[in-house]
Design a binder for this molecule. Structure first.
Ligand SMILES: NC(=O)c1ccc[n+]([C@@H]2O[C@H](COP(=O)([O-])OP(=O)(O)OC[C@H]3O[C@@H](n4cnc5c(N)ncnc54)[C@H](O)[C@@H]3O)[C@@H](O)[C@H]2O)c1
Ligand SMILES: [Zn+2]
Length: 377
């Protein structure tokens, strides 16, 4: 299968800040060659998920990737960190920073983040503050990170108060997404990543949504052609949105569909794996559609179609399905107050007029929201 390369540009002028996203099958063995222009003779620090190591590499691709990098540059250091959202915290960030500095990096040094969204977010954030900012490359290893978190330059960590509340915008030099590495991903993680793919269709591409509804079985069975299609299509939709609004003035906020609910749900779970990001997003998106319907923005038919595709993909679709977390309406309302989209203490939500058309709803009516949550919890 031929790999696809396309450029994300952050301004309408493609000659200005832009970077390649390389998507294909079996790219990691040639990783060094593919990334040569960014790493040649530089000091490279690979921050990787600890599930990948030389002694115990489930995919056998990490080792090959590192060998290929060593052919391009002699200085390669490895730092491993555990995956999972509990890792994305300030203590872990501190450890990473101290280890990287111990390698006597300079401003030309490059960090490679090899792992899922957790590794990408924390390693990217470390890169953005080390020596006031050094370059980094994303090598995403989960479906979620290949279709979403590796692109767009949002980096950061969680705090006890809420998710992703510390961070920066720091764009990578390149993104290398190898479909082959997804073969070791658990079915649960794979489905969670699929939730973010569905999100793109719901935000702005009705045709893509319909195609996903038709093809979901093949995709969940890892059909490689279809996987390449969903990764490139998702990255293209995300890039298109970011091109118009890199730092989330308004349009980029659409990518947050379902996330106000999702971030609150995740924080109740303490990021310990009882509920994972994509599952919370699946519930969050269903709630956003139900709320849109309650407020008469969106039809019941569309809302049902949305719930149906998540159900068929074996993803959770309602708060009642979360059996192992406890939270109340008032606790949920409290969490919403920390959402980064809010303005002047008024809640902001992303809602839908129909499938394929999300919009930003400022000044959400608090009474309606409380009534809605009482119906849902
Ligand atoms: N920056 C952004 O724009 C953005 C967007 C969406 C999500 N995110 C963040 O991404 C994070 C979620 O990312 P994620 O779902 O990739 O989580 P993750 O990085 O924790 O990976 C999920 C699990 O899969 C394991 N794993 C990773 N690659 C594997 C592979 N190839 N084979 C087998 N197991 C593998 C990890 O060890 C982990 O246990 C959240 O923190 C979320 O906030 C960020
Ligand atoms: Zn997300």
């Amino acid at each position: 299968m031929k790999s696809k390369i396309f450029n994300v540009s952050l301004t309408r002028d493609i000659t200005k800040l832009s970077y390649p996203i390389i998507v294909g099958d079996d790219l990691l063995r040639q990783g060094g060659e593919i990334l040569k222009e960014f790493i040649y003779k530089k000091k490279i620090i690979v921050i990787h998920d600890s599930i990948f190591s030389f002694n115990n590499d489930p995919s056998n691709l990490f080792e090959r990737f590192i060998q290929s990098i060593k052919k391009i540059t002699s200085s390669v250091k490895l730092i491993d960190i555990p995956g999972g959202d509990q890792t994305k915290n300030i203590e872990q960030l501190n450890k990473i920073i101290e280890k990287v500095l111990a390698y006597k990096i300079d401003r030309q040094s490059v960090i490679i983040a090899f792992g899922g969204g957790v590794v990408g977010d924390i390693a990217g954030f470390a890169a953005s503050i080390l020596l006031r900012g050094i370059n980094f490359i994303q090598v995403p290893s989960t479906l979620l990170s290949q279709v979403d978190s590796s692109v767009g330059g949002k980096t950061g960590i969680n705090t006890k108060i809420g998710k992703n509340l510390i961070g920066s915008f720091h764009q990578p030099l390149a993104v290398l997404a190898d479909i082959n590495i997804l073969k070791t991903l658990s079915e649960r993680e794979f489905r969670a990543g699929f939730a973010e793919v569905i999100k793109y269709g719901l935000i702005k591409d009705f045709t893509f949504f319909n195609w996903l509804a038709q093809e979901h079985k093949n995709i969940l069975n890892h059909d490689k052609e279809k996987l390449q299609t969903i990764i490139t299509k998702s990255c293209q939709i995300k890039a298109e949105i970011i091109k118009n609004d890199e730092k989330e003035g308004a349009e980029r906020a659409l990518l947050n569909l379902g996330h106000t609910f999702a971030h609150a749900i995740e924080s109740f779970g303490n990021y310990d794996g009882r509920i994972i990001h994509g599952e919370a997003v699946s519930i969050g998106i269903c709630l956003a559609f139900k709320l849109s319907n309650k407020l008469s923005f969106c039809s019941r038919t569309d809302t049902e179609k949305v719930i149906n595709i998540f159900q068929k993909s074996k993803l959770p679709t309602s708060l009642r399905e979360i059996k192992n977390l406890s939270f109340s309406v008032s606790e949920m309302m409290e969490k919403f107050k920390y959402d980064k989209k809010n303005r002047q203490n008024k809640l902001t939500f992303i809602l839908n007029k129909k499938i394929g058309e999300s919009f930003v709803k400022y000044n959400m009516d608090v009474d309606v929201l409380v009534e809605f949550l009482n119906e849902e919890i």
